[in-house]
Design a binder for this molecule. Structure first.
Ligand code: PNW
Length: 505
């Protein structure tokens, strides 16, 4: 992979040396180019991505499928949670959502029309094993088999996520969900079964999506910094309020489930099957780009993710983490740590916002997080602090700290106050601004030698946005949830053009 990447860099340098890719700025300085040449149709740039780069879009089962009780599907904890009045804005549920279960053909065709060459979707565990374990449900598997065929026939590469939070309710009732190692073991059985059944067509798997979100949101509720010293409290299914010690044990079982699943996928999937995780790791951004600040941000990254990403990539809990948590630290064995750190083919990171801004510090931890200003720009979701730099630093930290040889941006995107205008179009210029700014930073990381192999925009379509219901629209495609009419937004044209030219436009 390293060699392959050097090749890509050389390629970029070569391209940068040709006229088509030279920077307009130099000609301005030299005064050699006429104004009309500088403003010709396609602005020249060096913002190209490596050959074979995956331009993908993402979704998840509960957020789009609907068909919550069809074809033998078991209940998930999100069915239960959303059905309880008061948990979701406007008491929305995912019962119908985008009705994707019935409209997947139209949705794949739309994906193709907007230029995606890859698709990250998730599989609903309770469709496959309605009881969590035991007897598989052939009709549930058949749906994903049809979907994968359709995706491949459209020339799109399928990437499957095995757990995007819709745990079979039976496992919640029986074991308290991820509070028990039994759930981690059941997850591995299910993951191995999928790799065995779909492995002839699906070559890439993400075990678990956003450990931090579902563990902290579901088992305690968590606070996130939104600037000006304000925090926002977020939650989700199953809606528990555990103590810190119990929560750490849930985290441990989740990363253990990931490790066991990696082993099961390798044991039961065909040779060449690739696997990693998709985590929304905390991303500290160095305030200045000097070696001291970058070092401080790297130390912060390792420390602030000690409970999840760090242990999965290093196979140990850091001394600081264990000390800091004292009697609340998780109980674990050396064997479990080995399993948790099973070798991966790639690392996936979901990137939306910086966790914090850091400066160097003389304190033993070597960094200090500084407050985020109240006036810091935000996107529509109240938690969404806007800063494109996190799409540079997230993959760069993963590469510099842990030497990842292949990185995927498994999610990036934003919600907007999208409306259908009187000419039936959706003009989401703010999303285009967001995408151009963030992807410019991703391209910078790649040009600096960070091995990023693909980018999955969140999301293919507007969908059920968890506790926010249908209010926060993240899609490239607008969905009218009353009529199920889909309308590609202006940002879909932006995405198609970027994917076609393989560069930031
Ligand atoms: C992710 N935050 O959740 C999920 O993986 C998606 O299912 C979801 O639709 C998408 O991002 C947009 O929210 C997040 O507070 C939840 O920073 C919370 C945060 C980030 C991502």
């Amino acid at each position: 992979m390293r060699t392959e990447h050097r090749f890509i860099r050389r390629d970029l340098i070569k391209l940068a040396g040709t006229a088509a890719f030279s920077l307009p700025a130099t000609s301005v300085v030299a005064g050699a180019t006429s104004a009309s040449e500088q403003t010709s149709s396609e602005p020249s740039n060096t913002r190209t991505f490596p050959k074979g780069f995956y331009w993908g879009v993402g979704t998840s089962s509960y957020q789009i499928e609907g068909a919550w009780n069809e074809d033998g599907k078991g209940l998930s904890i999100w069915d239960t949670y959303a059905h309880k009045p008061g948990n979701i804005k406007n008491n929305d549920t995912g019962d119908v959502a985008n009705d994707h279960y019935h409209r997947y053909k139209e949705d794949v065709a739309l994906m193709k029309s907007i230029g995606a060459n890859s698709y990250r979707f998730s599989i609903a565990w309770p469709r496959i094993f309605p009881e969590g374990t035991g007897q598989a449900n052939p009709k549930g598997l058949a749906f994903y088999s049809r979907l994968v065929d359709e995706v491949k026939a459209a020339g799109i590469e399928p990437f499957a996520t095995l757990y995007h939070w819709d745990l079979p309710q039976t496992l919640q009732d029986k074991y308290g969900g991820w509070q028990s190692k039994e759930t981690a073991k059941a997850f591995a059985d299910y993951a191995g079964y999928i790799a065995e059944q779909l492995g002839d067509r699906v070559k890439h798997y993400f075990t678990i999506n956003e450990f931090r979100s579902f563990v902290e949101g579901g088992y305690q509720g968590f606070d996130t910094q939104i600037g000006g010293g304000k925090t926002l409290h977020l939650g989700g299914a199953p809606g528990l309020r555990l103590s810190n010690g119990d929560l750490n044990q849930v985290r441990h079982h989740a990363v253990l489930g990931h490790g066991l699943a990696v082993q099961a996928i390798r044991a039961r999937g065909p040779t060449g099957t690739k696997v990693g995780f998709a985590e929304n790791m905390r991303i500290p951004v160095p305030v200045l780009e000097t070696p001291e600040y970058v070092k401080a941000a790297e130390r912060a990254t390792r420390d602030l993710n000690a409970d999840l990403t760090t242990v999965m990539l290093e196979g140990r809990y850091t001394d600081d983490y264990l000390k800091r948590n004292g009697k609340d630290a998780p109980k674990f064995t050396d064997d479990e740590l080995k399993t948790i750190a099973s070798p991966l083919d790639f690392v996936g990171v979901n990137v939306y916002k910086p966790n914090s801004y850091v400066v160097p510090s003389d304190k033993p931890q070597g960094y200090r997080s500084i407050p985020i200003n109240a006036s810091h720009p935000k996107m529509q979701s109240e938690w969404h602090v806007f800063d494109p730099q996190c799409l540079y630093w997230a993959p760069r930290h993963v590469h510099s700290l842990w030497g990842a040889k292949s990185i995927f941006i498994t999610e990036n995107g934003c919600a907007g106050s999208d409306v259908v205008s009187d000419d039936d179009k959706v003009y989401d210029s703010d999303r285009i601004m967001f995408l151009r700014a963030y992807l410019t930073q991703l391209q910078r990381a790649i040009a600096d030698g960070v091995p990023v192999d693909g980018y999955f925009l969140w999301s293919a379509q507007d969908n059920f946005e968890w506790i926010y219901g249908y209010g926060n629209r993240f899609g490239l495609i607008y969905v009218d949830f009353k009529t199920q009419k889909r309308t590609p937004k202006l940002s879909a044209s932006w995405f198609r053009e970027a994917a076609r030219r393989n560069e930031v436009v």
